[in-house]
Unconditional design. Structure first.
Length: 715
């Protein structure tokens, strides 16, 4: 890259709005940068302009990014553009900069400068020790519950004394007791001279709030502050930035409120929405010229996001041509959807498109399984980004181990994997003893355990746990001869406690793991028996070699932010999947708006062509359920979409095939008033009212709730 020694050359590669953002150096500035509008170029050019105009030394500029990769790329670009020695420049993530400041002032929060930064596993270990010392159940999932809560409090900038009872995050836990655990956790970290990731911001925020002299030093030093992806900041980061910017007020934040999709991990879209109120006199510059997508893709995305009320507003445009309209396709079911997309991809490949230029962006991880099956059958190379292949995931491997053991009790590898999953109180010493005897006698582990149970060597809870385990395996083995194999699979997962283990887990991943287990049951149902299915899995795993460089990319829409592909497929646009069932059941308008922003992000990943698909039926919760197209499809502007006719579109969805304008998908409910029903989350209840696909149910233990009919089963 050529060093730009001529000041005007900074602006040669910028459009008018980008130039305005670079030249506006003094005072608070909000750059609303739409998808594909060149925000990184603007940020880097702005820093280069500040340095070359000698407005500040590198040590007087603070630039915050959200990933180390982005920081490294920006620093490299900046070095080439300016030709300057950038030593002293404060450029990095919130955590890296927080750690840098904290090392200088660690004694002010009871640490020394050699403190250790602990990872999430260490955090759980400390919390388990605290729970044990209090005589509490110290199962890993309980420690995870408190870790999740403490991290959320830190994201809000709350020390133990500041935790608000009105914003308590888990009604199942005692508030005062939870705060005591938080207090003890912080005290324990101080004793061992350690900080977790949340502390890197929280401790520096505490120092700024309680030591005005330290705050004044950094306020004076940082003449210019630049922040990337401002829509993804949490409350602690927001407070931290506000304090640092108070003196010079030369704060430039770049972001897109329409791409705020991380509310579930603490991001506050309100930070960017109220920027102009927080900094009176702030200037707002909108970057709306898109360099990535065609006109029709941008028109569809803009029409969708316009339905959000909580946004500042902008309209993306391009001078790169209209291109093809966004194509919408309805399929009979999920398998047909996956097959049709795979065949369409294969046709693109035959016409000269590289696989690497194509992406499938799903809403939830469980959707990938059917695509993997279709790709395997057509020998299409693919890779899963941000996750494992379906059959490689922990919960799927665990479930398969149970099935393998029921089919073949001599399968030692399967037994070793799940003997203590979920926790059964079987110690390592006991397991090692089993192994030793098995090797000496050349016996399978299962037979060794059965032999031990006939002696008096095992006592108490260990004996009871192993006896129950062996009896369950043998009982399931017998039932497999008389019951459908998919029902036995559900029985094994439930009666073993495995499903409940993930229901009790409070991590972000637990919901996805439960969805994957349901998808596994759906996959098993497609095979005539369990041996055939397990053989199929073995063959799939054997064929799952490393993806070549030319592979179709499969990932969630969340993982796709910041990426781009020539052709993008967006499957599963149905109520209950997108927006998600969790949003429909427990969320409000804010959650639906975040889902809509996710759709906007998904669409704007496409450079040339975008496909949206939905299915008339989905295999969910053990049976086929009718689906209705997502509300987001009806919000797409008719002038920018093309509904693909023919194929297997169910007649109930004919209106969308005839007119792509917003329509009502009215039909008779599957349930009637008085029906007795079951819901996986809420249990048993009785139907009170029906309204198309929504059913009002009076549940026995959780009261009256309105739920989607697809998640109910008549009993």
């Amino acid at each position: 890259m050529e060093v730009l020694t001529n000041r005007n050359s900074f602006f040669d590669h910028l459009n008018d709005k980008q130039q305005e953002a670079v030249r506006t150096i003094d005072g608070p500035l909000l750059v609303l940068a739409g998808a594909g509008t060149g925000k990184t170029r603007v940020l880097t050019s702005r820093m280069a302009h500040i340095l070359q105009e000698q407005k500040a030394w590198p040590s007087e500029v603070l630039s915050v990014t959200f990933t180390n990769k982005a920081a490294a790329e920006m620093k490299e670009r900046l070095a080439h553009m300016t030709g300057q020695d950038l030593r002293g420049l404060w450029l990095g993530t919130f955590h890296s900069i927080g750690a840098r400041i904290l090392r200088r002032h660690a004694p002010l929060v009871g640490l020394n400068d050699a403190f250790t930064i602990i990872d999430p596993d260490d955090q759980l270990r400390v919390l388990k020790q605290i729970l044990e010392s209090r005589g509490m159940d110290h199962k890993k999932q309980d420690a995870k519950t408190y870790a999740y809560m403490i991290n959320a409090w830190k994201d809000r900038g709350w020390r133990p004394a500041q935790v608000s009872k009105t914003a308590f995050l888990d009604a199942a836990l005692d508030f005062d007791h939870s705060v005591q655990i938080y207090t003890e956790y912080q005290e324990r970290l101080q004793v061992v001279n350690a900080a977790d990731f949340g502390d890197l911001l929280l401790h520096t925020l505490t120092i700024f709030q309680t030591h005005p002299d330290v705050l004044s030093h950094y306020q004076t030093q940082f003449k210019y502050i630049l922040v990337d992806e401002y829509q993804d900041t949490n409350i602690a980061q927001y407070l931290w930035l506000r304090l640092l910017a108070q003196k010079h007020e030369n704060l430039c934040v770049v972001g897109d409120d329409d791409q705020s999709i991380y509310g579930w991990r603490g991001a506050e879209v309100g930070n960017i929405l109220r920027f102009e109120k927080d900094f009176p006199g702030a200037k707002t510059i909108r970057l709306e010229q898109n360099y990535r997508s065609t006109g029709h893709i941008l028109g569809a995305a803009s029409g969708l996001i316009n339905h959000n009320k909580g946004r500042l507003g902008k309209t993306l445009w391009t001078d790169g041509g209209e291109g093809d309209r966004v194509m919408v396709k309805g399929l009979r079911d999920g398998r047909d959807e996956a097959r049709w997309i795979a065949e369409t991809i294969e046709e693109y490949y035959r016409q000269g498109t590289s696989y690497k230029d194509i992406a499938i962006l799903v809403r939830a991880g469980f959707q990938t399984r059917e695509f993997e099956e279709s790709f395997m059958s057509l020998a299409i190379p693919y890779r899963i980004i941000g996750g494992l292949r379906f059959y490689e995931r922990q919960e799927i491997r665990d479930a398969l181990a149970y099935l393998r053991l029921v089919m073949q009790p001599n399968d030692d590898l399967a037994l070793e994997r799940i003997l203590n999953v979920p926790k059964r109180g079987i110690g390592k010493a006991t397991v090692q003893k089993f192994h030793m005897i098995a090797r000496q006698n050349r016996q399978p582990l299962f037979q060794v355990i059965k032999s031990f149970l006939q002696t008096d060597e095992l006592k108490g809870k260990t004996r009871l746990a192993l006896l129950t385990f062996v009896q369950n395996i043998e009982r399931w083995q017998g039932l497999l001869k008389t019951h459908p194999h998919d029902e036995i699979t559900m029985m094994i997962l439930d009666e073993s406690g495995y499903t409940d283990m993930w229901k009790q887990d409070k991590s972000i991943e637990s919901t996805g793991r439960l969805e994957n287990l349901k998808e596994l049951v759906a996959a098993i149902r497609e095979f005539q028996d369990l041996p055939t299915f397990l053989e199929h899995v073995s063959l799939v795993m054997d064929a799952a070699t490393a993806a070549s460089d030319d592979s179709v990319t499969v990932m969630t829409m969340h993982s796709a932010k910041g990426l781009e592909y020539n052709i993008v497929f967006l499957p599963g646009w149905e109520e209950g999947i997108f927006p998600s069932q969790k949003t429909l059941l427990n969320g409000g308008s804010d959650e639906v708006e975040e889902e809509r922003r996710l759709g906007y992000v998904g669409l704007t990943r496409a450079k040339k062509e975008a496909y949206i698909t939905f299915a008339g039926n989905r295999h969910m919760y053990g049976e086929w359920q009718p689906s209705i197209p997502s509300r987001f499809i009806t919000e797409l502007p008719p002038s920018h979409i093309l509904v693909l006719k023919g194929g297997t579109v169910k007649s109930a969805y004919a209106p969308i095939a005839m007119q792509p304008s917003p329509v009502s998908f009215s039909r008779q409910s599957l349930f009637q008033r008085g029906d007795r029903v079951f819901h996986l989350k809420f249990g048993y209840g009785r139907v009170q009212e029906t309204e198309q696909d929504k059913v009002t149910v009076n549940f026995d233990h959780t009261g009256v709730k309105k739920v989607m009919e697809g998640f109910l089963k008549r009993v």
